[in-house]
Design a protein around this ligand. Sequence first.
Ligand SMILES: [Fe+2]
Ligand SMILES: [Fe+2]
Length: 164
Amino acid sequence: MITKTLESALNLQINKELFSSYLYLSMAYWFDGIGLKGASAWLKTQSEEEREHAMKLVEHLADRGGTVEFSAIEKPKNSWKDPMDAFQEVLKHEQFITKSIHDLYAVAAQENDLPAQIMLQWFVSEQVEEERNAADIISNMTRIQNHETAVLQLDHQMGKRARS
Ligand SMILES: [Fe+2]
Ligand SMILES: [Fe+2]
């Protein structure tokens, strides 16, 4: 069994992962609208990955006999100043999620819940990758600035993203 404290902390994190999925989907269609199909595809993949994160937490909660309780998902933004502005929001959002995962891990430790701690260790490592991915894209965008050919090359490369 899982404690009520940890159960509600997990339900909150499920909502945050679903919001992440919604935010990246919204961003994917903003990129689609400005003709950067590669970045759009990258974000659609990221959106699916966020749904998988939510599902990992949902399954854990259900397996442990907890109650899965979905709440309303906040409306995401649907436009950004430019591609850099959008990816800066991705990085900022992932930093927020990292902090949230660390806090959730602290709750699992405080509740002395070993299975939840083991499950959450995967998320701790995943967040290192998520922040790194966003930071790498920002650093590439900083280098190319407004050189149209380079923007299209980067977009093409982002369209080739594999999962994870
Ligand atoms: Fe996530
Ligand atoms: Fe990832």
